[in-house]
Design a protein around this ligand. Structure first.
Ligand SMILES: Nc1ncnc2c1ncn2[C@@H]1O[C@H](COP(=O)(O)OP(=O)(O)OP(=O)(O)O)[C@@H](O)[C@H]1O
Ligand SMILES: [Mg+2]
Length: 276
């Protein structure tokens, strides 16, 4: 037997095994297997309704899987005896809608969950709030109220709020989809900084240039399954599956999607007319 030390396998921060999720008769996730290594950035892409949000929501138990297992940091979070609050403390989540409290200042938006969920005292919470506002470039907005901020600034506050909790992994669900195009860049820059710092991230996004430049891996989902995954340049630039190609062509040329929608509608119309 060789005693040569081997490179240890990369730590898996997130592992999803045989994940199924149904809402009533609607099976939305049909057996997902996915791993995200420590420090890895995985972008999840796919058409509307393919189950991307449901997948993220199953990882932090906002949805209860119907079948299968999810591990975060080696702990099975789908185990019946798991401490759900402890799991959620390890996972930061950023949504399309920022969900800031409008009646609280930016600082108070950041300190409240730290105090409620982590039991931090006022000084420690304020310190973490200030540190993380600085990370997202919004120190000068500490005393502002959300309504006085742009959408991009509000989303950066929401990211700082999640970071102030000291998460091991960050999940992003279309964090820039609600933003005016000119505000998208600042939010993506913050996400890029987090990626560079080694944060483990799972990002549902339609921003293909971000996926190409920042992701270590791109996962294409359709119909509740992972159709293909791999190197971003390969998946986006030279997809192996027709479904991926079709999705990307619509995404990159929305005008084509309109044409196809009209054609789909016409075909449905024709079929309806032909049927007895
Ligand atoms: N709480 C729920 N109750 C019932 N059905 C749901 C629920 N959440 C999601 N679904 C259904 O699950 C399917 C997948 O939804 P999901 O939101 O995961 O898709 P998605 O890929 O994130 O789509 P989008 O790109 O539009 O955000 C859809 O058919 C949706 O209607
Ligand atoms: Mg979604």
């Amino acid at each position: 037997m060789s005693s040569t030390p081997q490179n240890p396998p990369p730590t898996r921060e997130i592992e999803v095994r045989g994940l199924h999720k149904s809402f009533g008769d609607n099976e939305v996730l049909r057996g997902i297997d996915l791993e995200v290594g420590s420090g890895e950035v995985v972008c999840v892409i796919g058409p509307s309704g393919s189950g991307k949000s449901t997948l993220l929501r199953c990882v932090n138990l906002l949805e209860e899987p119907t079948r299968g297992q999810v591990f975060v940091g080696g702990t099975e979070v789908t185990h019946p005896d798991v401490d759900i609050d402890a799991v959620r403390r390890r996972i930061g989540m950023v949504f399309q809608q920022f969900n800031l409290f409008p009646h609280l200042s930016v600082t108070d938006n950041l300190t409240l969950p730290q105090r409620r969920v982590l039991g931090r005292d006022k000084a420690a919470a304020a310190k973490a709030a200030a540190e993380n506002l600085r990370r997202v470039g919004l120190s000068e907005k500490a005393d502002a109220y959300p309504a006085s901020l742009s959408g991009g600034q509000q989303q950066r506050v929401a990211i700082a709020r999640a970071l102030a909790m000291g998460p091991q992994v960050m999940l992003f669900d279309e964090p820039t989809s609600a933003l005016d195009p000119e505000l998208v860049g600042d939010v993506l820059a913050v996400m890029r900084m987090l990626a560079d710092e080694g944060m483990t991230m799972m990002v549902v996004t339609h921003e293909m240039s971000f996926a190409r430049e920042v992701a270590d891996r791109v996962v294409f989902m359709d119909g509740g399954v992972v159709v293909e995954q791999g190197d971003p340049a390969r998946v986006i630039g030279n997809p192996a599956h027709e479904r991926t190609r079709h999705f990307l062509s619509r995404l990159l040329d929305p005008a084509m999607a309109d044409v196809e929608n009209v054609e789909d509608a016409q075909n449905a119309d024709d079929a309806a007319r032909k049927s007895p």
